[in-house]
Design a protein around this ligand. Structure first.
Ligand code: T4K
Length: 379
């Protein structure tokens, strides 16, 4: 194989799709005309409705980002027990949302196939102080919500899902099954997500009571001019962000189609390379395209491949390494010690660029770099 040429400019793991500027400006003109910039204005209400329809289940509230939404979700549970089970294989926001509220994260290992919380390990760590479970739908692959629901009911635990990666699925995003949402599910609309509002997020719950509480928390706990009830924060999405969300909703299905095309080009080349397992990308899940590298079979480590890609201007990412349980302050927790499945996964995963604007030829070039790297290591 010929030595591949480096890309002229860095190719990032993700690149936000953007609507035609004229479309966005048209929405901004409405904002300029009404002078309503935030506090649940008309754009906000329209987007909230549309996101809810696309999710297909529960009640939806919009938030200014996923992390704030997650803090609000944990807070809304009003937990009396101070420990919360959580996956170590996630973005730091998931664990921070627990710890910032003064609760103790208890790490549980993940399932080797789905890379989500392993329900068979949850009961091992239960004690009377555990009050909730927070699982992440990693790369848009759902946790085993049915098994988690059974455990939660048996031990009277509340459940939150970090669904930061799931809104990039086709509608309806979630099936109408009672266990699918847990008590609350969070979505992120950050610029790096398939659907974004620059910054933004949402919370979905089937409970009218929780939905009501979340809306109070989102707006400082304000009930009306005369009354404030409970703790709150400012989690509101502005009209300017909501306008971007509305413009992006129109592009979403086209973006999914483009990403599916790119993912299938990757799969064509990469699926036959020894030591590579494709863990995300394709089959309707196109938030990320992620490989696992078995160093022995592949003939080189994930880190080695990552270096080669970088040297050729392909900015791959190791989502999610390091594990949250391996960084301060969480690495001091007793539950951070015994997580062999997550630790192995964190040393093997590598996310390749996946976004609608990536050309098919670029995807072919990136896949060829991986193949060239592997061949070179096995001469
Ligand atoms: N839970 C989970 C499981 C999450 O993955 C996340 C966020 C959250 C909770 C929290 O949700 P939010 O509060 O963010 O709504 C990025 C994102 O900032 C973060 O939202 C996301 N997960 C995480 C997986 O990825 P970084 O530190 O990797 O971002 P950064 O700036 O390195 O961006 C990645 C690449 O994207 C860059 O190399 C270039 C490209 N990029 C990025 C931005 C921001 C652009 O081309 N344009 C842009 O505007 O965290």
């Amino acid at each position: 194989m010929k030595t591949p040429l480096p890309f002229e400019r860095p190719v990032y793991v993700s690149r936000p799709a953007l609507p035609p500027l004229t479309d966005y400006v048209r929405r901004l003109e409405t904002i300029w005309a009404t002078n309503i910039l935030t506090n649940m204005g008309p754009m906000h209400e329209m987007l909230e409705l549309s996101v809810g329809e696309r999710v297909g289940v529960g009640r939806t509230s919009l938030w200014n980002n996923g992390m704030t939404a997650l803090v609000a979700a944990v807070s809304a549970l009003r937990l009396e027990r101070r420990k919360v089970i959580v996956t170590p294989f996630t973005f730091p926001a998931t664990v921070h949302a627990i710890a910032l509220l003064g609760l103790e994260p208890v790490f549980v290992d993940i399932d080797d196939e789905s890379l989500t919380l392993d329900p068979t390990r949850i009961e091992e760590v239960l004690d009377p102080e555990v009050g909730a479970i927070v699982g992440t739908h990693v790369y848009g692959r759902f946790c085993d919500t049915k098994a988690i629901d059974v455990i939660a009911r048996k031990h009277d635990l509340r459940v939150i899902y970090d669904g930061a990666h799931i809104f990039g699925r086709r509608a309806p995003v979630m099936e109408k099954q009672p266990h699918v949402l847990g008590d609350i599910t969070m979505l992120s609309f950050h610029a790096t997500k398939l659907f974004h509002s620059v910054e933004g997020g949402a919370l979905i719950t089937a409970s009218e009571d929780l939905d009501h509480r979340l809306r109070l928390i989102r707006n400082f706990g304000i009930v009306n001019e005369h009354d404030v009830r409970g703790l709150g924060l400012n989690g509101k999405m502005s009209e300017v962000h909501a306008a971007m969300g509305l413009s992006m909703l129109d592009l979403m299905d086209a973006e999914i189609d483009q990403r599916l095309g790119i993912a299938s080009r990757y799969v064509e080349v990469l699926s036959s390379i020894p030591g590579i397992r494709i863990v995300a990308g394709g089959e309707g899940i196109v938030q990320y395209f992620v490989l696992r590298i078995d160093a022995e079979e592949f003939g080189s480590t994930r880190d080695d491949l990552h270096q080669t890609l970088r040297s050729l201007n392909v900015i791959s990412r190791k989502y999610f390494s390091p594990l949250c349980s391996d960084v301060e302050p969480y690495n001091a927790l007793p539950s951070a010690r015994n997580l062999p499945v997550a630790r192995k996964a964190a040393s093997e995963v590598i996310a390749l660029p996946l976004y609608g604007g990536l050309g098919l030829e670029d995807a072919d070039r990136i896949a060829d770099i991986v193949r060239w790297h592997q061949k070179g290591k096995n001469l």
